[in-house]
Design a protein around this ligand. Sequence first.
Ligand SMILES: NC(=O)c1ccc[n+]([C@@H]2O[C@H](COP(=O)([O-])OP(=O)(O)OC[C@H]3O[C@@H](n4cnc5c(N)ncnc54)[C@H](OP(=O)(O)O)[C@@H]3O)[C@@H](O)[C@H]2O)c1
Length: 235
Amino acid sequence: MNILITGTNSGIGNAVAREYLEKGARVYGISRRFNKNLRKYADYIHLSHDLSDHTMLEDKLTRLLEGEAVLDKVILNAGMLTDINDIRDTSLEAIHRVMDVNVWVNKVLLDALFRLVPEIRQVVAISSGASRSGSRGWNVYAISKAALNMLIMLYSREIPDTHFSAIAPGVVDTGMQDYIFTLPDNGRFQVVSRLKEMKRNRRMKDPREAAVQLIEAMGYVLEQESGSYIDIREL
Ligand SMILES: NC(=O)c1ccc[n+]([C@@H]2O[C@H](COP(=O)([O-])OP(=O)(O)OC[C@H]3O[C@@H](n4cnc5c(N)ncnc54)[C@H](OP(=O)(O)O)[C@@H]3O)[C@@H](O)[C@H]2O)c1
């Protein structure tokens, strides 16, 4: 099996990469930094790249995937969080930055991959419950994940031979939650209170548990209509 995953340096992407490598898959990973815990896998191939920089991405992918005829899965996992804040207090510059990394780079990446690789069987975007909840404070992060869901749906209409889906993984204890844990809980943003309470009481999944669930969900979703959004917590 050939898998391409973005955001393999840490958190969910790192854990999903390791699960697939343990199962004997070849994994192409993209992130700015390389996590040493992937060094022991001969079938892990890393591309260090800042996905907010669209220039040279296709050239780098061409070299990375030279001669590869099939990608079984493309997992669009890399993403960034914004400040938990009100949208009216967020600059357009910050909004552009998040939309670029969480949404538009996935378009650039998919367009390049579909030009380079003759067969791509499944594309999964890692979405978020924030794409639907609209909770105060999720800010442009929520907008970016809602846009990602729609981007995936549109590609599913355009490319019927590939199965597309957006999957929300639930709450996972990664660097993103570490950041939220540092925020003051002054009652303004319910989401901060809820997530800090979950972390304090160890009610978050660890990345490995999330990876196992995601891999199972990626199989389940193949039976659903291409372009679907699913939240793992509702399965
Ligand atoms: N944790 C949760 O509870 C949760 C819930 C719902 C959805 N998600 C989603 O899950 C995905 C993974 O997040 P995570 O929780 O695992 O957080 P994380 O540990 O911060 O992982 C983010 C990954 O994305 C990579 N990345 C970020 N910006 C990048 C850029 N400009 N270019 C290349 N790579 C970049 C990071 O690697 P480098 O820093 O080395 O580039 C890292 O590997 C995200 O899409 C997130 O929105 C997470």
